[in-house]
Design a protein around this ligand. Structure first.
Ligand code: 3EB
Length: 317
């Protein structure tokens, strides 16, 4: 008797280029497409393709990319910072994002990536990352915060110019996760900025199927709300991995499925200093995550005192 063919995963990530990707990320600096991430690849794959079955519609212009599948959709925007006003650019990008997404067949925002240059420029509440958070908070609706998407915010090289926002949207909501080792970002105390960042630590997609995926947000060396191991990139990376393990334990507890590092489909490691690459690679060599799934990218963490951040996708075992 033939055994039934298992249903394909609704979402699957491969670390190589793919013609039918819903989201064809390319790690490549200086390209105008919102899907070309301005973080130079230092080691590992320079492409990350998010596959979501057949694409029924897609379009790409200089400032936007759209694609629709059955369960998932992509909306990506590149917004000019007029005069370097990142707060206004963030408000405009998120207003446009919600206008495109809410009245669509894929109204839920599950995972968002934000990239812009000079993220740590400016001091105190004038820092560009903090202004970005203010603009984002100003533009979003009630549904955005209930619960907020998993997210990443990373600084790219060069002068201020363009904010890129990439959003994975869905027909159905995800299970939003927090990390018991970390204060929820929306409860960060005032010292981290005038407006708390709007993101969840992770999201589990397709928990009702045989092929769930855990999407881990940008994860750094933060315990409670405090940055740890300043000046020691390797130890920051080990702390980030402990946060990742704790997030996977939450996902396992909430779904009854088993999430661990062996299910990693893709991992990004953003390094502030290229000189930390070898140290990061030696930490990752004992992590249990296959080296060919790990992209090392040059990028600035939104907390100026931190040198490394990671994010990734994990299939349930
Ligand atoms: C942190 O834990 C690190 O503002 O969307 C990570 C992921 C971080 C997303 C965002 C910020 C964001 O606070 C910073």
């Amino acid at each position: 008797m033939n055994s039934p063919t298992p249903a394909p995963a609704r979402l699957r990530i491969v670390t190589e280029p793919h013609d039918e990707a819903l989201i064809p990320f390319r790690f490549q600096s200086g390209e105008p497409s919102p899907l070309a991430i301005g973080c130079a690849p230092l080691a590992g794959p320079a492409d990350e393709a998010w596959l979501a079955g057949a694409i029924t519609e897609s379009a790409e212009t200089a400032g936007a990319a759209l694609a629709h599948g059955e369960h998932y959709a992509l909306v990506a925007l590149a917004v000019d910072e007029a005069g370097g006003d990142i707060e206004a650019a963030a408000a405009q990008a998120y207003a446009r994002l919600l206008v495109a997404v809410r009245p669509s067949a894929h109204p839920y925002l599950l995972r968002i990536w934000n990239y812009f240059a000079a993220i740590n420029q400016g001091s105190g509440d004038d820092e560009r990352y903090r202004r970005f958070c203010v603009g984002r908070a100003r533009a979003v609706d009630g549904m955005f915060n209930d619960p907020p998407p998993a997210a990443t915010a990373i600084g790219t090289a060069g002068e201020p110019g363009t904010l890129k926002v990439v959003a994975l949207c869905s027909r159905a909501p995800a299970i939003a996760l927090e990390n018991p080792r970390q204060t929820p970002a929306w409860q960060y105390p005032r010292e981290h900025g005038p407006v708390s960042p709007g993101f969840s630590r992770g999201a589990v997609l397709d928990a009702d199927t045989a092929t769930p995926r855990l999407l881990a947000s940008g994860t750094a060396s933060i315990v409670g709300h405090v940055s740890l191991h300043l000046g020691d990139c390797a130890e920051q990376l080990r702390e980030s991995l402990r946060n990742l393990e704790a997030l996977m334990a939450q996902a396992t507890g909430k779904t009854g499925r088993c999430f661990d590092v062996t299910g990693c489909e893709a991992l990004r490691i953003y390094l502030r200093h290229e000189a930390d690459l070898a140290a990061a690679q030696s930490v990752m060599a004992t992590s249990g995550i296959p080296a060919d799934r790990i992209s090392y990218l040059r990028g600035d963490v939104c907390r100026r005192e931190l040198d490394v951040e990671l994010e990734g996708v994990f299939a349930a075992g």
